[in-house]
Design a protein around this ligand. Structure first.
Ligand SMILES: Nc1ncnc2c1ncn2[C@@H]1O[C@H](COP(=O)(O)OP(=O)(O)OP(=O)(O)O)[C@@H](O)[C@H]1O
Ligand SMILES: [Mg+2]
Length: 157
């Protein structure tokens, strides 16, 4: 069963607080997160705050040119992919590699994971970020698998 959760973050500070809560829920077991939303929606902002909450002091930016950035925390590594620059076909070719980042304990974020429905064969969390012309951002989460369902349930408490 897919579980879902939605949160409206009216300010950057709200997004930060949401990311801090999220970090607490994933810091032990990790998770695989696909982030969707327009340019400037707030995907990287969320990743940055999660990383900061877990003690990453390096600057967290969109890895648009290198595809992958890696950060290390005392508990587990954070992998941050940005597939924006890959053509649609290219996105498919990276799926095998991404699968390797779905097992074990790490937090993997993927921006612009434009796979078609049912193409992702492992447990993951989808986060859609939508926004208007102000600072309001809506983060909509949906779980695909048991591990991600637990995280969503945790956020509801
Ligand atoms: N409530 C909010 N939550 C998140 N970001 C916000 C909020 N209000 C304003 N912002 C601003 O919106 C911008 C979000 O940019 P960000 O780089 O996170 O977008 P992105 O979704 O990763 O875009 P891209 O697809 O280009 O990588 C930042 O400049 C951030 O400061
Ligand atoms: Mg980004």
């Amino acid at each position: 069963m897919n579980k879902s959760f939605e949160i409206l973050c009216k300010t950057l500070e709200d997004t930060r607080n949401f990311a801090i809560n999220f970090a607490k829920l994933v810091e032990d077991e990790g998770c695989f997160v696909c982030l969707y939303g327009d340019i400037g929606a707030g995907k990287t902002a969320f990743v940055r705050y999660v990383a900061q909450a877990l003690g990453v002091s390096e600057k967290v930016t969109s890895p648009s040119f290198v595809i992958l950035n890696e950060y290390y925390t005392s508990k587990l590594p954070i992998y941050h992919f940005d597939l924006y620059r890959l053509e649609n076909e290219g996105v498919k070719t990276i799926l095998d590699e991404l699968s390797q980042y779905s097992e074990g304990k790490q937090i993997t974020f993927v921006e612009w994971a434009q796979f078609s429905q049912n193409q992702i064969p492992f447990d993951y969390l989808e986060i859609d970020v939508t926004y208007d012309d102000n600072d309001f951002r809506k983060y909509s989460l949906k779980s695909y698998g048991e591990k991600s369902a637990k995280i969503v349930e945790g956020l509801k408490k």
